[in-house]
Ligand binder design. Structure first.
Ligand code: SF4
Length: 251
């Protein structure tokens, strides 16, 4: 598929209010009906992504599905991507970091720079996640994500519909499952026999890059396992920048 033409989005509070009143399937149907190939799911293939893709297969079957492949995903995630492509007969668009930037970063700071400091972790996330995600956002006007309120304190205010800034203005950002709990997702996955990331069976509750994601303890929030070595030292900021730096700048 060629890159779909984007159009400029004007902020419309009434539209956002109407979208926030819709259920997940109606939001997906709305995105597909109104924006076609200028709408897309960007997923990291956690349960919210699998549920979104399954719902879309019924109400918006040609909706684009994209992912940011940091080139450091766990084998279990790559296996799940293949499984989902086969199950739904879809091709998932993979946005990867630019090889020259990765090579320069690794030459300067080493492959495991994220252990050194929060600044270097954010630099690695910028190169491997935020910039490819910004490139994906250049191809859509409606960005569909799996963000949920119960993932962490920083995501507690997530709305089903909002605007997100991008370099050319704004995109409509939909989080159809924003109000779903982790338990609701698991109920849907089990009832519909959906494929899921096998790392969940090992105590993981939030899955990103290998090493930077670890299992969580029962009393911890779902994203506590991300960059665990920073918990005591540098606060509890568990965002990689994809949802906080949508412009993709800062490299
Ligand atoms: S999660 Fe870790 S490996 Fe992945 S981009 Fe961020 S710092 Fe780099």
């Amino acid at each position: 598929m060629g890159t779909p033409q984007t159009k400029s989005i004007t902020e419309d509070p009434k539209l956002i209010e109407e979208l926030n009143a819709m259920g997940p399937e109606d939001l997906l149907r709305w995105a597909w009906t109104n924006y076609g190939s200028r709408a897309g799911v960007i997923t990291s293939f956690q349960n919210a992504g699998a549920v979104t893709i399954d719902m879309a297969s019924r109400v918006a079957p040609d909706l684009r599905v994209m992912t940011v492949d940091t080139l450091r995903l766990p084998p279990e995630t790559y296996a799940l991507i293949d499984e989902i492509e086969a199950r739904y007969g879809i091709t998932i668009e993979r946005f990867k970091p630019e090889p020259e930037r990765v090579a320069r970063m690794v030459k300067q700071h080493g492959e495991f720079l994220f252990f050194d400091s929060k600044v270097k972790q954010e630099y690695c996330c910028q190169i491997r996640k935020v910039e490819p995600n910004a490139r994906a956002l250049e191809t859509v006007d409606v960005w569909i994500t799996g963000l949920r309120q119960d993932q962490s304190d920083t995501r507690a205010e997530t709305q089903k519909a909002s605007y997100a800034p991008v370099s050319r203005g704004h995109v409509i950002k939909l989080a159809p499952l924003a109000e779903w709990s982790e338990g609701q997702l698991w109920d849907y996955v089990r009832q519909n026999n959906l494929p899921y990331n096998k790392l969940y069976d090992q105590g993981y509750r939030s899955i990103g890059c290998v090493i930077c994601s670890t299992p969580t303890l029962p009393h911890e929030d779902a994203r506590a396992g991300r960059w665990r070595w920073f918990n005591a030292l540098e606060g509890n900021d568990k965002e990689c920048g994809i949802h906080t730096n949508t412009m993709g700048g800062g490299i």
